[in-house]
Design a protein around this ligand. Sequence first.
Ligand code: CP3
Length: 344
Amino acid sequence: MAQQKTILRALAGETLDTPPIWMMRQAGRYLPEYKATRAQAGDFLSLCYNPELAAEVTLQPIRRYGFDAAILFADILLLPQALGADLWFVTGEGPRLSTITSADELSKLKPTDAIHDTLSPVYETVKILSEELPKETTLIGFAGAPWTVATYMIAGQGTPDQGPAHALKAENRPVFEGIIDRITEGTIAYLSKQIEAGAECVKLFDSWAGSLQGDDFKDFSVKPMQQITAALKEKHPDIPVIAFPRGAGTKYTGMHAAIGADCVAIDDRVDAAWAAKHVQIDGCVQGNLKSSHMVTGGDALVSETRRICDALGKGPHIFNLGHGITPDADPANVQLMIDTVRGG
Ligand code: CP3
């Protein structure tokens, strides 16, 4: 049967008159209804592990805006938690984890098969969503890419330059590579279960790919994402994969083939016209409006949105931001972006 969902058509390489649109962090604190449901859940992690409420916040931006895709509500740090790391969120600061920097700590991580004990509520969320989403909306599952997840597991928190992970890579290569391998294996198992529960596409977030230089970029951003993609394609050949090596710059060239991904998501440091020439020639591109336009709005939002649609309009394109929407964004600006994309 011919594919009707616009996101899946773009992912299959089709050029559409109007690009389908969704937004990173579309379920989030800029929405009053999200804040209300989060308060009902108690805290962020309780929300992630409550299938009914996680499905509810996933659906909120679909109801409000009619995005073409819904992204499962969860977090990239649930996998480290499932592998045995302690995880908590400090209000106003971000995530905190128990650190893993030695062979002994690495050996104490749980076996891959055991991750589902912790993650089964996430699969239940996917199942609820696959039943409740409008028939034209694509359900996207996701995970962090191994390098990005490793930076949090090694440092125990977000870091401006991923210093602790770079240091471990230099000082104890076997342990660093062991962490990457365990995350890679866990991610394959985690995303396979999301797909079996009803995810129609999966996205790998390598938010800190930009801090890897030279061979490190190939070895620790590209290679693990390629391994995950290949393993998923073997089991689920029809499920498209979106890869987001944020900050890759000129290394975005050739990325579809290097990872085996159906779509490459670009951040806002890449020019859309450059990406059309150097990235979109190989397949679907997702991106890349600066998220600050969701705060500032106005004519600049409209003209930038049009410029990106024009630059990427001659090939397969999924409209998105270059990174997640921030809590200070105005929900009205999101509507303005959607109207601009859909209204021309
Ligand atoms: O996009 C979506 O709507 C789906 C859900 C989603 C969340 N996090 C929910 C979330 C997704 C896809 C993520 C990915 C994620 N999580 C990434 C990769 C993408 C990126 O932003 O670079 C990373 C690095 C994380 C780790 C993480 N989670 C951090 C650093 C933080 C704190 C920063 C912040 O924005 O507060 C989180 C918390 C988080 N994850 C929130 C949400 C909605 C905010 C938590 C809250 O409600 O208080």
